[in-house]
Design a protein around this ligand. Structure first.
Ligand code: FE
Length: 331
């Protein structure tokens, strides 16, 4: 009887353990090939709850009963929020920590970065010469008057860029810069980054702020490829530094019911194979040295990230939001 019970337990335990649960802020369908590859390799089923808001509050509310093992997100501010919410545990696996450069993981290893994107300039190939776009500071120059497009100033990506400007030059400079950028707009901020590439293709503006991966994703979409082909990616820098980047990242919850499977999935995500798949499904830059870059990105300029640490930039997010409101950027 005891033996039968032990046997039953042995049989039942592996079956129950072969799951890993993710709360994810990342776009859903695109990520599926990544998790399918992991399941094919390990037999571990990946269950995902997607949402673009509220997952941190959900983790706090669920506490120790949360089914989530892992949280995935984009944007350094959200990774900082996850840390502040005290819902993550420190990673100790050297395979995870050593794979990711220190500037792209939490100091206490509560999260690690997985991929990187630049916030750069989409330039009209036929109206903007290579080399004309130089720095972010230069976007306030009147030579761009009536030629610049962007999505809302209140969007996370523009708040992060503005926070980086504050980190480099302080608030007073940044406010004047925002006023200059606003004065250069060809139209009121609208749409997402894809809309800005379309506006360039339609001749509504000559340059636009946008994230690198939108162009990569458009190039792979038959309906959007022609618009993307009107655009050249130019990588501006902050004067004396590099290009503004942001990351996607992952952390393990304090209450993870399947911690071993969670670590296995993270190990896969930082492996050369996982990095190459993750990078190519989203057209993002792998963070692990030597991982293969997506073919669609191979002709792009070299990306040299800004030297100010992302977490320092994130501390200026609230100031960036206030400045956007003060200059009525979207109005
Ligand atoms: Fe996006």
């Amino acid at each position: 009887m005891l033996r039968a019970l032990l046997l039953a337990t042995c049989l039942a335990t592996p079956a129950l353990a072969e799951d890993v649960n993710i709360y994810s802020y990342n776009q859903s369908e695109r990520m599926q090939p990544l998790f399918d590859a992991f399941t094919a390799q390990t037999g571990i089923k990946v269950n995902i709850v997607y949402s673009d808001t509220g997952l941190i509050n959900r983790l706090i509310a669920e506490g120790a009963r949360s089914p989530a093992d892992l949280v995935m997100t984009v944007d350094i501010s959200r990774l900082a929020e996850l840390k502040a919410a005290n819902v993550l545990q420190s990673l100790t696996d050297p395979a995870l920590i050593d794979a990711i450069p220190a500037q792209f993981r939490d100091a206490d290893n509560l999260w690690i970065g997985l991929t990187m994107r630049g916030r750069v300039i989409y330039a009209a190939k036929d109206r903007v010469a290579p080399g004309e776009v130089t720095t972010y500071e230069d976007l306030a120059d009147p030579k761009w008057q009536g030629r610049l497009c962007t999505r809302s100033g209140l969007a996370d990506y523009n708040l992060a860029l503005t926070a980086a400007m504050i980190a480099h030059h302080g608030e007073a400079y940044t406010k004047t810069w925002l006023e200059g950028v606003k004065a250069n707009l060809a139209r009121k901020p609208e749409g997402n980054d894809t809309s800005q590439a379309k506006a360039i293709a339609a001749g509504q503006c000559d340059i636009a702020l946008g994230n690198t991966y939108y162009i990569g994703q458009m190039m792979e979409d038959p309906e959007l490829k022609a618009d993307a082909e009107a655009v050249r990616l130019d990588f501006p820098v902050f004067e004396g530094s590099g290009t503004h980047v942001n990351i996607s990242g992952i952390g393990m919850t304090k209450s993870a019911p399947h911690p071993e499977n969670a670590v296995k999935l993270m190990e896969f995500l930082v492996s050369p194979e996982g990095q190459a798949i993750y990078g190519s499904v989203n057209a993002e830059y792998p963070l692990v040295a030597g991982a293969e870059i997506s073919p669609v990105m191979q002709g792009w300029p070299a990306l040299t990230p800004d030297t100010i640490p992302l977490l320092d930039i994130a501390t200026y997010r609230a100031d960036a939001l206030r400045l956007m409101e003060e200059v009525n950027f979207d109005g």
